[in-house]
Design a binder for this molecule. Structure first.
Ligand code: FE
Ligand code: FE
Ligand code: ZN
Length: 275
């Protein structure tokens, strides 16, 4: 199985691959740039090659980049919207240039303008960012539906994808904590949720899983991650997720509240739980 975690990269890509190995991971997620700031370091191609050598040697799965949380592609304010498009576009081209397969982002908050407005705004942004010549796929993350978040239903995600011209380059990253909070009962009816995903979006659009337990109740619309087995989703349901025939070949990325040693323990626990 492909399992890893979110890693904070401070020194470079090779460092990240080594950190991943140190926790027993064979995939990882990283921020496309500093989550709080807007600076992006220039690429060090030697560092990228050093990472790629490790990934190949150790049979890594697909890497996943995550856009900064602060970007809002559903904003009606032109400065906020423009900045979001500028940053996602710049990071998308950089990640594409080094063949990172997946780049996920939070669709946005409509801040009172309504989800239909938000969906249009997000789709339009993607049409400005994707030229059709890229190979990196942009993944919409399934959201919990906190506040005015767009993308907490499969219908909203489908409507965004439908709006994009080159939508063969758009997929979905399913966050287990978020969809449970959004009202998809992956604990008692995983098959039903996956059938619904397939019926509305198409299961081939599902490319990555953020594997998190949740501190909040089912359908709470609150986004608070818990350690694996310590939340409302629980270890049994998480075992069902990683062993499900539809999901087990996908890459799993932990975003649980852990330091490296905690991630190492969770990765070991989950590897031992695969059938
Ligand atoms: Fe996320
Ligand atoms: Fe997530
Ligand atoms: Zn979250």
């Amino acid at each position: 199985m492909y399992i890893g975690c979110h890693l904070t990269i401070s020194k470079g890509y090779e460092e990240a691959a080594k950190l991943a190995l140190s926790v027993g991971a064979n995939v990882f997620q990283f921020f496309s740039r500093n989550p709080r700031g807007y600076s992006s370091k220039d690429l060090d191609m030697e560092d990228v090659e050093d990472m790629n050598r490790i990934l190949k040697e150790k049979d890594f799965g697909p890497l996943l980049a995550h856009a900064p949380y602060i970007l809002n592609f559903a904003s009606h304010k032109s400065n906020i919207y423009g900045m979001a498009k500028g940053i996602l576009g710049e990071d998308y081209q950089r990640l594409n240039s080094i063949s990172i397969p997946y780049f996920t982002f939070h669709p946005g908050n409509h801040v009172g303008k309504g989800s239909e407005y938000g969906i249009e705004r997000i789709g339009d942004a993607l049409n400005e960012i994707i030229t059709g010549n890229e190979t990196t796929m942009l993944l919409l993350e399934t959201m919990a539906g906190q506040g005015t978040e767009v993308g907490h239903t499969f219908e909203e995600l489908r409507d965004i994808i439908d709006r994009v011209k080159y939508n063969e380059l758009v997929g979905v990253c399913l966050d287990t904590c978020h969809i449970y909070s959004a009202g998809y009962d992956i604990v008692n009816d995983l098959d039903g949720v996956l059938d619904e995903f397939d019926r509305i979006i198409g299961i081939d659009k599902l490319k990555a899983i953020h594997l998190n337990d949740s501190k909040m109740e089912f359908n709470s619309r609150k986004d608070r991650h818990a350690k694996i087995g310590e939340g409302t989703i629980g270890l049994e349901a998480i075992k069902n997720i990683i062993n499900h025939p539809t999901l087990k070949e996908l890459p799993f990325y932990l975003e649980t509240p852990n330091e490296l040693d905690g991630y190492k323990q969770e990765i070991e626990l989950l590897r031992n739980a695969t059938k």
